[in-house]
Design a protein around this ligand. Structure first.
Ligand code: GRF
Length: 189
């Protein structure tokens, strides 16, 4: 199974996928890693010898042109699945439609609660005692597609956004690898 992984930042979720493939715990081909800007995640791909690319909104006349350029770039790798692993851009319905049902996103909250770009901060601000992570199929909404997997994470007294997000990411990394493994038909050992 071929995947393209999209990142926007530190890329620790990408790293967990890279490590799982390296350790023969995940039998997928990472055809490429892409981003909307140069970032640590792209450096991680390069360090692992994985083809990588950046399609930056600032290089395109408008958001629609950026979506088309990104869509064609991803399609050029003929992926079975596209994994949004900390990819912080909203893609348009045409791009979602091109890979109908084969884009998987990870979100650091228990959807449908706290969708959007600040799920960790919003959960903390709301005062929830349990939050978590959701891996879901991307549809034309924002964080609204069919849920594939979730994991609960406790909010501890004194948590700030960073501490809570790190606790969530510890669960997220393994949940994402397990979900990709399920998609690839690999049984969970
Ligand atoms: C992840 O928690 C992801 O769910 C959220 O941003 C974080 C990205 O972390 N959208 P990383 O880039 O994988 O380290």
């Amino acid at each position: 199974m071929r995947i393209v992984v999209m990142v926007s930042g530190s890329g620790t979720n990408l790293q967990s996928i890279l490590d799982a493939v390296q350790a023969d715990l995940l039998d997928v081909e990472i055809a490429a890693v892409g981003a909307d800007k140069p970032c640590r995640g792209i450096e991680r791909a390069a360090d692992s010898g994985i083809e990588n690319f950046v399609v930056s909104p600032s290089d395109h006349a408008d958001r629609a042109a950026w979506n088309r350029a990104l869509e064609e770039k991803i399609a050029s790798y003929a992926p079975d699945y596209v994994i949004f692993a900390g990819f912080m851009r909203i893609v348009d319905a045409d791009l979602v439609g091109r890979f109908e049902g084969r884009i998987v996103n990870t979100h650091p909250a228990l959807l449908p609660s706290f969708p959007g770009a600040h799920g960790v901060r919003d959960a903390l601000a709301h005062g929830v005692k349990i939050t978590g992570v959701t891996v879901h199929v991307v549809d034309s909404g924002v964080d609204t597609g069919p849920i594939l997997a979730q994991a609960a994470v406790p909010v501890l007294d004194g948590d700030d956004e960073e501490a809570l997000h790190e606790r969530i990411k510890a669960q997220e990394r393994s949940l994402l690898v397990t979900t990709i493994k399920n998609l690839s038909g690999g049984a969970i050992d």
